[in-house]
Write a protein that binds this ligand. Structure first.
Ligand code: ADP
Ligand code: MG
Length: 253
């Protein structure tokens, strides 16, 4: 049995996907950067990966998305092995920092472009863009170019580009790190609302402990390509497994 027929039907069957990493390793040549990660993210969960720069957060996300090969172990989405399944067939959309918008395209085109290149018809694209615009309140901005938008508006468009793909899983790689402090707080709330509304499994990478503590159902603390601890925010806060975890999610330093 191949994974593809299941993949094609997943959206109708259930929107939220279970993500399992089974002893996942990553090597870049001789350099091992992820060391046998075991992790389960439940359907509909908002999981946050935290840890210092270089600990492997982006590498893990990119392996889940299919943008980077897995060197060892397995990635399972709803019990289907995904290691060899191309990115476009995983039902995943990834949100980067807002500067990843196409500068020469309108907001509408930024949202529609990925669907067009995937061969989708205009009649299907238009309602998807309209729905994303409604969710993110960017309807009035559709004919603007990115440089005519504020930082927060740009970030909404970046999220919209993921929504139009109607993915089963959203991955966010430090999406707010370019924004000023006030906007970060606002967007944090909006992404949490988006999660409540859509109910998808979401994995969110940050090095900001406040983001992790306020947004997560489950926090995964990473260090040097290994998991230090996994748990609900309060669990980690009240019972950190070690000094490293305490330093990351404990009382403000
Ligand atoms: P984080 O997102 O937590 O800051 P990364 O996942 O980007 O960390 O990087 C983890 C480690 O892998 C780092 O040591 C980084 O230098 C290394 N790394 C990342 N991408 C590559 C690559 N394409 N080639 C070689 N090493 C890489
Ligand atoms: Mg990173």
């Amino acid at each position: 049995m191949t994974a593809h027929p299941v993949q094609a039907n997943r959206r109708e069957a259930s929107m939220a996907t279970r993500v399992v990493l089974d002893k996942v390793y990553k090597r870049y040549g001789e350099l091992q950067v992820v060391h046998g990660i075991d992790l389960t993210i439940e359907p509909g969960e908002f999981a946050v990966f935290v840890g210092p720069s270089g600990c492997g957060k982006s590498t893990l996300l990119r392996m889940i998305a299919g943008l980077e090969a897995i060197s060892g172990g397995a990635l399972l989405l709803d019990n289907q092995r995904m290691n060899e399944v191309p990115a476009s067939r995983r039902g995943i959309a990834m949100v980067f920092q807002s500067y990843a918008l196409y500068p020469h395209m309108t907001v509408y085109k930024n949202l529609a472009f990925g669907l067009e290149t995937a061969g989708m018809k205009r009649a299907e694209i238009e309602p998807r863009v309209a729905r994303a615009a409604e969710i993110l309140k960017i309807g009035p901005l559709l004919q603007r170019k990115p440089k005519q938008l504020s930082g927060g508006q740009r970030q909404r468009v970046a999220i919209g580009r993921a929504i139009v793909r109607e993915p089963n899983i959203f991955l966010f790689d430090e999406p707010l790190s370019n924004l000023d402090a006030e906007l970060r707080v606002q967007m944090r709330v909006e992404i949490s609302k988006l999660h409540q509304r859509l109910g998808n499994t979401m994995i969110y990478v940050t090095h900001d402990q406040v983001e992790a503590m306020t947004m997560a159902d489950k926090i995964v603390v990473l260090n040097g390509g290994r998991i230090e601890q996994v748990g609900a925010p309060l669990e980690l806060y009240n019972r950190p497994a070690n000094m490293f975890v305490a330093g990351f999610v404990g009382s403000p330093r």
